[in-house]
Structure formats: C-alpha cells, structure tokens
Design a protein around this ligand. Structure first.
Ligand code: FAD
Length: 378
C-alpha cells in the first residue's frame, strides 16, 4: 500500500517515524517537503535572542535514513483528494493513503505596513533576521503584537515579550525602553488560569504593558504607530509581529479546506475524503496550532494507518487533545503547561514551574524528537 505524506514538520515527521519503526522495509512511504530542513518553532526564539545559531537549529532532511521511507525535496503544486494524486516539481505521486501535514503558511504582507515598518518573528527567515536587528537595537518602545487568529503557539508572543525584557536588561537598555504586548485573548493562556496568572504576574513585575482583547490591524510607517482592532493605537520604535496565518495555497486550491482549514474527525483525523488524513496546523480540529498537538494527532493517524497495513481489524486509537507545552519565562526559567482540548468540552490546563529545572526538560523534549526523527546526525 502506497502512503504519501505531505509536509515534514512536527506531524509528518512523527507519523513517518512511527510507521517506519513498525514496518521497516515493508513500508512504502514517500515524505515530501519543499524545505531544506526542519526548525522547531521554539528554536526560532533561540536564534532571534542570540541563544543559538541558524546552523544549530536547522535539521536537514537529507540526514533522514529510515527503512521504507523515501524523502523527496520538492514543492507540492496540486493535491487531488479524490484520486489521491499529488503533483510536485519532482514529478507526480499516486497514493493509497494520503496524509496532509502541510502546516500553516504565513503572510506578513497581509497586514498593511508590517513589512515596511515592522518585523515578524514567525517565519524561519523573519526570526533569524531579527537576531541582528535585536543586537543593534538601541532601546525605545518595543511592541509585540498579534495580527490575526488563529495563530500558532499562543504562548509565543508572551514568551517573546519576556525574553525581550531580558535582552534589554542584559544590554543595559531597560531605562530607555518599554515592552508592550498586544494579544487577541482576554488572558495569555485561556485554558490554564494558573499559567495566565503566572504570566500576568511576570508582566506586572517587569513593567511589561499588557493589552488584552485586541488585534493589530496595521502599522503606519510614517507615524510609527500600530493600529488596534478597536480603533486605538500604540507608538513603537521596534514592532515584533505575529503575521496572518492561512492554509497553504495548494490546500486551499485542492477543495479540501472548509472555512480556510481542513476539517477532520477530531477523534480519528480522517478528512471527508476516504483514506485521506490531515494532522497539525493545517486542520481546524479545535486544539491550538502547536507542534505538540500536531505530534499527538500524528500518533493517532499513524496507529490507524498501521492497523490498516497489518489488516488487524478496525483501528481503535483516538485522539485525546492533550498537549504538554513549555513556556519560556525569561530569567533562565521555563514552565510546563499540560492542556487538554477534548471535543465538545471546555479546555483545561495545569501549570508546573516556572523553574530552572524545567529548562533541561525542554532541552530533552527537543533532543528526543531530533534523534528519533533525524538520527544523531540531525
Ligand atoms: C515562534 C514560535 C514558537 C513556537 N513554539 C512552540 C513550542 O514551544 N511548542 C510547540 O509545540 N509548538 C511551537 N510552535 C508551533 C509549531 O512550530 C507548529 O505548530 C508546528 O510546527 C506545526 O506542525 P505541523 O506538522 O502541522 O506543520 P509544520 O511543522 O509547519 O510543517 C509543515 C511542513 O509543510 C511544508 N510545506 C508547506 N507547503 C508546502 C508545499 N506546497 N510543498 C512542499 N512542502 C510544503 C513546510 O515546508 C513544512 O516543513 C511555535 C511556533 C513559532 C512560530
């Protein structure tokens, strides 16, 4: 049975690894991605704030050697979810089972003035370019703002505000600077009141201005102000933005998206098209767009595909909507938030830390994935 996996991000890499581990050379799986390699979302912040280099955090797809897996580096141009035919710059692929794990595309130009007057820290290129900008920043009004919903990793803007405060402190620029955070939610992490309270306390302690319930609709390059969705505005010297997110164009053109994203069965990850699964940020499953959730969904989709390959009867694995997220608090501390998004129920979440010990936990979270997905060379 031919399996084609579109996208080698958190979801595609986990699903591919699990199937290769179980079926080895009996597997016939093609994994397609246009990028040179994978970068963990959180590693973008590490590069931006000077804690790692771009080379440290890029894990090359060319290093993946897995039984039963062929990795193809190419851009996917069209997907037919009915025939399961995929066209790429490297040729066409026919699948018996298709998995769409293409993530969310980012559109900085979708917010007026962002490209001209601000910076975005969500693309790999944007975050890496910010490293020099932050090194050369001479102080002033820093605004971290979100331009649309949904957006990946809802804690990331809060982490960025806290790490920016650390950077200003380290560089002796706190007296001449302010940090403001503009977010669409009423609290930083809605499913976890404890995490939200800890973040609000950290903001208050550091004098980070918190602007809840607002989106940034545009930047005026001439006046150096960012406009809020409620008509207000805020002046900035350095604007760090979360750009507009959309499903990749190839997904929108495939007819698979409903209201902008792929709808899936929240328990099985099946789409409306037989033998086509979708996992991760490209879906509208109801969990936040984050790697841990993409990974959890990939585990269930892999288990269901494995049952099919084994011919061992109906698959039983179902998705529970659980995710463990690490949260940078600055001052060399990390917190762990355990959240559960069960379909039809209010999400709940607990908090551990922040503490210095959890810094090591977060490092192990990344290195364990890196060695499973890429081998030691990755
Ligand atoms: C600053 C920041 C911090 C973050 N921190 C965390 C964190 O601490 N924890 C966490 O869990 N998540 C975090 N995230 C979110 C996380 O990175 C994403 O949610 C996660 O990568 C989604 O996984 P995915 O498999 O759905 O998609 P992705 O990992 O985005 O993978 C999609 C893949 O599809 C490929 N692709 C897209 N279109 C095409 C095409 N047409 N042809 C070929 N290939 C294509 C892309 O190249 C990409 O490799 C963070 C994100 C950011 C921006």
């Amino acid at each position: 049975m031919r399996i084609v996996v579109l996208g080698a991000g958190f979801g595609g890499l986990e699903l591919t690894t699990l199937l290769s581990e179980e079926f080895g050379d009996d597997l016939d799986l093609v994994l397609i991605d246009k990028a040179e390699g994978f970068v963990f979302g959180f590693a973008k912040l590490d590069v931006m704030f000077g804690r790692a280099t771009a080379d440290d955090v890029l894990h090359h797809y060319a290093e993946i050697v897995k039984p039963g897996v062929r990795v193809v580096r190419s851009t996917i141009r069209s997907i037919d979810p009915v025939t399961k035919h995929v066209s790429t710059d490297a040729g066409d692929f026919e699948a018996d089972i298709l998995v769409v794990a293409l993530g969310a595309d980012l559109d900085p130009a979708g917010t007026p003035g962002l490209v001209e007057a601000g910076h975005e820290f969500y693309t790999v290129a944007g975050a890496f370019a910010l490293r020099n900008v932050l090194e050369e920043f001479e102080g002033g009004r820093v605004v971290v703002g979100v331009t649309s919903t949904p957006f990946k990793c809802p804690p990331a803007p809060s982490e960025t505000a806290l790490l920016m405060h650390d950077l200003l402190n380290r560089r002796g620029l706190l007296d001449s600077s302010t940090v403001s955070l503009v977010m669409p939610m009423g609290v930083p992490i809605p499913p976890s009141p404890a995490a939200s309270a800890a973040l609000l306390e950290a903001f208050a302690e550091r004098g980070i201005e918190w602007h809840p319930g607002k989106l940034i609709t545009g930047l005026d390059p001439r006046r150096k102000v960012a406009q809020f969705s409620d008509g207000g505005e805020i002046g900035f010297d350095l604007f760090l933005g979360v750009p507009v997110h959309r499903a990749p164009a190839v997904v929108l053109e495939s007819g698979m998206a409903v209201d902008g994203w792929i709808q899936v069965d929240p328990l099985t990850l099946e789409t409306a098209f037989p033998d086509v699964y979708a996992v991760g940020d490209v879906t509208s499953i109801g969990t936040p767009k984050a790697g841990v959730f993409a990974e959890g969904q990939a585990i269930v989709a892999a288990a269901r595909i494995a049952a099919r390959l084994r011919g061992s009867g109906p698959a039983e694995a179902t998705y529970d909507g659980r995710g463990l997220c690490y949260l940078e608090f600055g001052r060399d501390a990390v917190a762990k938030v355990d959240v559960m998004f069960r379909s039809g129920e209010a999400p709940v979440g607990s908090l551990e830390g922040p503490s210095a010990e959890l810094v090591g936990d977060k490092v192990r979270f990344g290195s364990s994935r890196r060695s499973r997905w890429f081998g030691d060379a990755g």
